[in-house]
Design a protein. Structure first.
Length: 294
């Protein structure tokens, strides 16, 4: 009976030792080693090796990783605030990184979430004249582009008008908020095509007046400028997103007669009531709560 109890106690001690080694290695690995692999390695190790395995893991785990995999850190004394340890970040600690990221812009395609590879190709095409350092994916639909020169970042921010598949490609300088919040957008530049507009109205003053019915005219395209394609005039207009995007406008012509002019928008804002994103309506949203059946 004593032998039986002794064997039971020994098994219990061994099981406890296995669990201790397993938990120690798993904690030290910080999730970099799958739990299944840790368990298999511990249970197949001889009992007399488990203590030394634990000790070697504690003392040399940090040295097991290749020095080329990262950069060494150093211990910094942590002050105690209100009875709790609290790290203190000073302005001079973040200033170098702020200077580094001040050369970056945040980008987003309004109404779409293209993959990083597609956006990289698009950016390299529209900004091929600039020295782009790196392109990052910040989160779904938001990209960070860092330039090598602040002057080029400034040019891109001021230009601000680009389109991805006829959808506005939003660009703004990086800031410490690190976000593009489409929910707060109220104005966007959108191309409007005035179909069969009489060429006598193609002067800059006339196009400015006609465009001002819809919003703030920004510029005309090169075909309208050169009058090389006379079927329509195309004007980029900054529009209020909550406006009614009608298919025509009206103006009083030189004979004091009200004239109706058709206008087509390259992109019309549709906002999802569930996902809070432009590009689709609520009933088309995949995140819309589905009706319960049965």
């Amino acid at each position: 009976m004593r032998g039986y109890v002794s064997l039971g106690n020994q098994a219990a001690v061994q099981t406890k030792a296995v669990d201790q080694v397993f938990n120690t290695i798993l904690e030290l690995s910080n999730g970099t080693i799958p739990a299944k692999i840790v368990r298999e390695r511990v249970t197949t190790t001889a009992p007399d090796e488990r203590i030394s395995t634990t000790r070697s893991t504690i003392s040399s785990y940090a040295t097991m990783t290749s020095p080329d995999e990262g950069i060494s850190l150093s211990f910094v004394h942590t002050p105690v605030v209100n009875g709790m340890k609290c790290a203190k970040i000073r302005p001079k600690d973040v200033h170098p990184k702020i200077e580094y990221w001040n050369l970056a812009v945040l980008c987003s395609v309004l109404g779409a979430n293209p993959p990083l590879e597609v956006v990289e190709g698009f950016i390299k095409r529209i900004w091929k004249a600039f020295d782009v350092d790196k392109i990052f994916l910040v989160k779904k639909g938001v990209f960070l582009v860092r330039f090598k020169h602040l002057s080029e970042q400034s040019i891109v921010v001021q230009r601000r008008v680009d389109f991805f598949d006829n959808k506005p490609f939003l660009v703004k300088p990086w800031n410490e908020e690190m976000d593009i919040n489409t929910e707060t957008l109220v104005l966007l530049p959108i191309w409007v095509t005035f179909l069969e507009l009489d060429i006598k109205y193609w002067g800059l003053d006339n196009l400015s007046k006609i465009g001002s019915v819809l919003g703030i005219p920004i510029k005309i395209d090169k075909y309208t400028r050169d009058k090389s394609f006379l079927r329509y005039a195309r004007v980029l207009i900054e529009r209020q997103l909550q406006d009614n995007f009608a298919e025509y406008i009206e103006f009083v012509n030189e004979h004091n007669v009200v004239a109706r002019q058709n206008g087509e928008h390259d992109w019309k804002p549709t906002k999802c009531s569930f996902y809070k994103m432009f590009g689709h309506i609520g009933k088309e949203c995949r995140k819309r709560p589905q009706p319960r059946t049965g």
